[in-house]
Ligand binder design. Structure first.
Ligand code: ZN
Length: 115
């Protein structure tokens, strides 16, 4: 089964050498394929992380906006824990109104006319 011009022992030695080299060659081929897969998946991973980070940032900005602005967009006065001047109850969040009064969330909404 040797090619024309190649003797039988030389042909079998060549086949043995090819089989001997095939295992490390396939191993290196697999490593290269894994490296290419890792390099190719990096931009996909970065894009997914970018989308997740943008959504997280948008949620944080919406929460900050909700804490610092009213529903109609007017800025809310500064807050601190304390006593409400209207209902005399202690609250975690008392608004220090520009008039000097301290109002809790419910009394502030009541006095501003919001339900
Ligand atoms: Zn109150």
């Amino acid at each position: 089964m040797a090619a024309p011009g190649v003797s039988e022992p030389l042909a079998s030695a060549l086949v043995g050498q090819v089989e001997f080299l095939a295992v490390p060659f396939l191993f290196i081929l697999c490593l290269v394929a894994l490296m290419l897969l890792a390099v190719a998946s990096l931009p996909i991973w970065l894009a997914i992380r970018h989308i997740i980070d943008r959504r997280r940032m948008a949620a944080l900005q919406a929460e900050w906006r909700r804490e610092h602005f009213d529903a109609d967009g007017t800025p809310l006065p500064p807050t601190a824990p304390g006593l409400c001047d209207a209902c005399q109850k202690a609250s975690e969040k008392v608004y220090y109104m520009p008039s000097g009064r301290r109002l809790c969330e419910a009394c502030r909404k009541e006095s501003s006319g919001c339900p």
